[in-house]
Design a protein around this ligand. Sequence first.
Ligand SMILES: Cc1cc2nc3c(=O)[nH]c(=O)nc-3n(C[C@H](O)[C@H](O)[C@H](O)COP(=O)(O)OP(=O)(O)OC[C@H]3O[C@@H](n4cnc5c(N)ncnc54)[C@H](O)[C@@H]3O)c2cc1C
Length: 395
Amino acid sequence: MITADVAVVGAGVQGASTAFGLTERGVANVAVFDKAFVGAGATGKSSAVIRVYAPNMLEVKLISESYKWFMDWENRVGGDCGFVRTGWLRIVPEGEVAKLRGCVAMVRSVGFAAYEVDATQVKEIAPQFDVSDIVLAGYEPDAGYADPWSVTQALMAAARRRGAQLFQGVEVLSIEVEGRRVVGLQTTAGAVSAPTVVVANNAWAPRLLGTLGIAVPIVPTLYQVAIFHRPPEIGRHVSCTDGSLGIYLRMEGQHMTLVGTSTGIGHVDPDKVPDHPASDFWADVAERISRRIPAMADATGGKGMTGIYDMTPDHEPLLGPVPGYDGLYVQAGFSGAGFKTGPAVGQVMAELITTGASTLIDWHLLRLTRFAEGRPLVGDFDHLVAADVGKIPWP
Ligand SMILES: Cc1cc2nc3c(=O)[nH]c(=O)nc-3n(C[C@H](O)[C@H](O)[C@H](O)COP(=O)(O)OP(=O)(O)OC[C@H]3O[C@@H](n4cnc5c(N)ncnc54)[C@H](O)[C@@H]3O)c2cc1C
């Protein structure tokens, strides 16, 4: 039988980061299980954009702390996280300018460079952009994107060097309990004895925790990404989340541009994700990006990507101990934003498991039961208003 002090379900960036944080704190006997392989889930599909701008201070703290890790990756973790500094623009419709100002202020409050920029300044930052509709935008010059595969492999490799075991191709079927105490797992490779279990398996968390009758408010939602060969005259360009057009974009390597959308298709089976974006998706995003970067009208299609966001009703993760079960923790529901927070969340989880507290955030705000208690996390300057939370369908 496999025995471990802590069993982690899922070897995405989140599970790998927790394994890293635990082994860093001396918990060497960590076993990580993935039904596929390291990075096989949302992590390997991630656009991996890293910017600190977020709807609330809690997320701002998690991202700005993670940013320090990405910048010092070789020393802290080892290897290269593949960070490419592009800068990042946040464009919002006129009605959201006040929220934008609040978000920029929050980013600055943690000592990170962020500015309000008008249309003329946006044109200086992004000469390729049509700025005719821009009233005010946010700009983070130090933002960029990283390589999600390298990041996750590096976290896992460092954890393994300190004693963690990795089981790929092993599915966790159920969590074993005696009374209200976790004692291990049942997996496709047999039983596992472990007094602590971390459920870090993204959109599959409802299924696994459901074996204990625990309701998890995560809606698996399909997102698609198109990657275009951009015309050479466009050259390098800034990354951008464009709330007016409902898209985000960044460079992909030297010659390509990746474009994703802010809306997905809810209630999909995370095991039945199509390999490629739907054909009508290409035309839609090609038209939208050409409105912001007119020269993209001459772009040609390249490759595409599909992946799952594990959406919660307030678009914030579910973190911490699962009430009613000693030794059971959840780390899921990152709602399409869990790459950039990965390093810090792993630290939070490792601290919670080893000390029962987090020095970085008030993790209670992210507790699993907040929806049942009617206390979703609604940000100080959130782009999601409280009324919208109720409109998001539960599984
Ligand atoms: C298209 C796309 C673009 C994105 N862009 C960004 C971005 O720009 N910036 C950002 O910050 N975030 C982004 N995200 C979100 C981010 O990638 C995710 O939030 C993050 O990778 C989630 O990591 P995870 O470890 O929680 O989940 P995953 O990477 O999905 O890992 C979960 C793992 O659990 C395994 N698993 C599932 N069930 C079981 C089981 N029963 N037993 C064993 N193993 C199991 C799966 O195989 C999987 O490998 C994006 C996501 C997608 C899909």
